[in-house]
Design a protein around this ligand. Structure first.
Ligand code: SF4
Ligand code: SF4
Length: 280
């Protein structure tokens, strides 16, 4: 192992919500999208070292280092005062950890989990770190999964793909202009990844968040389900109800879809031939 470090927002020792079975989930800091409906915007940016959060910490857990704020978890009492102060979509308590340090946090639960999932933020922005981490995880007999916005071409990372068992891919909008409006970025690579990952037998699940009025939900579900059905109709398509909790109100004020609307969307996907549509 090298001393290459990943920037980590937090580690969840065990969860059944991020891939198959019970999994340790590692959330990486930093994302290249800025989704209007993001409810974890503190994961979007890397710290710019403005120092604004330092004075909010009464225990001395935060200091400024060469590459931004440095967090000493042993001095932190989890009051979370600092999280309210950062106005740069960053996270004062992010940790720079080597693969060996991450493995030391995973292994105490080794017998309780089937694998790990790496989420974010956007995990593919730290592909070198993930490649090294997945190699170490595989040596322990654990499975590997990622949750990704699909903005980088996975066909460019064959070494990583050989170590990655499963991918959960967000398709946030099918129409380019809608995706640009929602995320600030193109969806061209997202849609290329959708096909690529199926052909490599790596696609575990596709997710779309349903936001009435903001998005053309029916068009996205129709187009995406047609593509998946053509490639492999057994792949899971999860339709997720928008939830306003944690969303930046200055960017988006929207309501959750009704159960009836979600059922209507599921029916569209089923009519297109999908056999595994999930409402969440
Ligand atoms: S959560 Fe921890 S680092 Fe943040 S202000 Fe409180 S004690 Fe300091
Ligand atoms: S975490 Fe936010 S407030 Fe603190 S130094 Fe970094 S950018 Fe500034």
């Amino acid at each position: 192992m090298t001393n290459f470090k990943g920037l980590i927002n937090r580690i969840l020792p065990s969860s059944s919500l991020h891939g198959a079975g019970e999994r340790c989930v590692i959330f990486l800091q930093g994302c290249n999208f800025n989704c209007l409906y993001c409810n974890s915007s503190e994961m979007i940016s890397r710290c710019v070292g403005c120092g604004r959060c330092i004075d909010s910490c009464m225990t001395g857990a935060l200091t400024i280092g060469d590459s931004g704020v440095e967090f000493n978890s042993q001095l932190c009492n989890d009051c979370d005062q600092c999280l309210n102060v950062c106005d740069k979509n960053s996270f004062p308590k992010a940790l720079s950890l080597t693969v060996a340090e991450v493995m030391a946090k995973i292994m105490p639960n080794r017998d309780l989990i089937t694998g790990i999932s790496v989420s974010g933020g956007e995990c593919s922005l730290q592909i070198e770190f993930m490649t090294e981490l997945f190699a170490a995880v595989k040596k322990e007999g654990l499975s590997t999964c990622i949750e990704t916005n699909g903005s980088r071409s996975y066909s460019d990372f064959p070494e990583f793909m050989a170590l990655c068992d499963a991918v959960i891919l967000d398709v946030k909008a099918f129409a380019l202009d809608e995706h640009l409006k929602l995320t600030g970025q193109s969806n061209q690579k997202v849609l290329e990844n959708l096909t690529f990952l199926v052909t490599k037998n790596k696609l575990y699940e596709v997710c779309s968040v349903i936001v009435p009025e903001l998005l053309e939900n029916e068009a996205t579900v129709n187009q995406v389900s047609q593509i998946i059905a053509r490639l492999n109709p057994q792949i899971r398509y999860k339709l997720i109800k928008f939830c306003a909790h944690g969303v930046r109100q200055n960017l988006l004020s929207a309501v959750a879809p009704s159960d009836e609307y979600m059922e209507k969307l599921a029916a569209i996907a089923n009519q297109n031939g999908l056999q595994n549509v999930i409402l969440a």
